[in-house]
Design a protein around this ligand. Structure first.
Ligand code: UD1
Length: 428
């Protein structure tokens, strides 16, 4: 047993404050990570705007630096990544294992350098998360892959275009394979590709670099290989999961929140459920206003690949539906172990029964403040939201999980009127 982590920090949240006001949504973490990896494909300085200041981003920066890239964060907020100085094809094992998305460097690195060696990312709190689809696609492109002792080694003098059929529309595999195919000889088709907005964002950046990618956002992506690409400048799309989380906060606190820097189309499945629940949602260009008074109606939710309801919003909606007037059913189809927030929500008075991938939520009149623990990023967000609407004080432990995905969360919520502070472990 590891014992207590004395460096851990907690949020202390006094609930039942009505949240109101406007906040700007940050750039998308899940877009920033592949875009940073894509910068590896070109020699010279690529510039990325609106990369959020998050722990996962810092780790991806370290991964790139470990490979010899020069990464600068300028005072104006832009990131400059110079991959002209790449000197290695192997990343420090500890760095690789600490963040799953670092596996996104495999495709661009083998395409650019002819070889790559990475540590296999471990499973994580929400499921086993294999990489078989990434590796299958690379093999289809002629990459020789060796897996041993927890490492993946990849070799290819030059990748060959291929027809790749993904068994599942994996976001990471689609991104990895798109990046690898950019420098392949000939044309690659990725069939049953993931359709998430972050994949469209990656296509846009790659094409600015001189790549020839079409079809992102549909289930077949075509990549015509080119000899080389050049550095480019790009602004990251807004974080749809951050936006969705704030929208749920507005409803749970009977509040009124206006979000700036949003692409409303990316949030359609979330907005549809909020309207069913009874919330008011007003959409205008790149802004969304959400407000709510009165009863929260129950709804059933099934997580699906985009444009279905996002698994990354499932825990937050479970908190919301815990306060509904009636019974809701949530079915999680993407990850096998994504109900870790259930026990913690129960500690706050929620009435939830979960078996396998299905959870039945019977709404209760009120949630109550308690000591609860964060197990992963979105579970943490769910508990944070529950605490905002609960009676009395909640101490939310291990909030570094939340830091991985929400830039300036505390400042944003304090500005909306939340009573929340961050304290060291043991001082709550
Ligand atoms: C990305 C997101 C994550 C989100 C998830 C699903 C990033 C950095 N993270 O994760 O926030 O929750 O999409 O929307 O963008 N699978 C396989 N074999 C593979 C790859 C995946 O079986 O080779 C399975 C996974 O176990 C999972 C499903 O496919 O059940 C979806 O995973 P995937 O889309 O790959 O998620 P990530 O890209 O890891």
């Amino acid at each position: 047993m590891g014992g207590e982590d004395m460096t851990a920090e907690c949020y202390v949240i006094t609930g039942k404050q009505r949240l109101a006001g406007a906040i700007r949504v940050s750039g998308a973490k899940n877009s920033s990570l592949p875009l940073m990896a894509a910068a590896l494909l070109a020699e010279g300085n690529s510039v990325l705007w609106d990369i959020p200041d998050l722990a996962d981003i810092t780790q991806m920066r370290q991964v790139l630096e470990n490979l010899g890239c020069r990464v600068y964060l300028h005072k104006d907020g832009s990131w400059q990544i110079n991959a002209g100085t790449v000197s290695g094809f192997e990343v420090d094992e500890r760095l690789m294992r600490s963040m799953r998305a670092s596996n996104l460097i495999l495709g661009p690195l083998v395409a650019r350098c002819g070889q790559a060696r990475i540590a296999l990312p471990g499973g994580c709190a929400i499921g086993s998360r294999p990489m078989d689809q990434h590796l299958k696609g690379l093999r289809d492109m002629g990459v020789e892959i060796k897996e041993s002792h927890g490492f993946i080694e990849a070799y290819a003098a030059r990748l060959q275009g291929a027809d790749i059929y993904l068994d599942v529309p994996s976001v990471g595999a689609t991104e990895n394979l798109m990046m690898a195919a950019v420098l392949a000889r000939g044309t690659t088709f990725i069939h049953n590709a993931a359709r998430e907005p972050e994949i469209v964002d990656l296509q846009n950046f790659l094409n600015k670099m001189g790549a020839r990618v079409r079809g992102a956002g549909l289930d077949v992506i075509r990549i015509d290989g080119v000899e080389c690409v050049h550095p480019a400048e790009h602004t990251v799309i807004p974080d749809r999961i951050e936006a969705g989380t704030h929208m749920v906060a507005a409803v749970m606190t009977q509040g009124d929140i206006e979000l700036e820097n949003v692409i409303p189309e990316h949030l359609e499945p979330v907005i549809a459920k909020l309207r069913q629940i009874g919330a008011m949602v007003q959409v205008e260009d790149d802004r969304v206003r959400v407000w709510h008074r009165g009863t929260i109606h129950p709804v059933d939710i099934k997580t699906m690949p985009y444009p279905g309801f996002p698994t990354d919003m499932q825990p937050q909606f479970m908190s919301l539906l815990s306060c509904a007037e009636g019974t809701s059913v949530i079915t999680e189809t993407i990850f096998e172990n994504r109900f870790q927030h259930v026990d913690e929500l129960r500690r706050m008075g929620a009435n939830i029964k979960a078996e396998g991938r299905v959870a039945v939520i019977r709404g209760t009149e009120k949630l109550e403040g308690s000591f609860v623990e964060t197990t992963d990023l979105r579970a943490g967000a769910a508990l944070f939201l529950a605490a905002l609407s609960a009676e009395d004080v909640t101490v939310l432990e291990k909030v570094t999980h939340i830091d991985r995905g929400y830039e300036n969360l505390l400042e944003k919520y304090q500005a909306l009127g939340a009573k929340v502070k961050r304290v060291a472990h043991g001082q709550a």
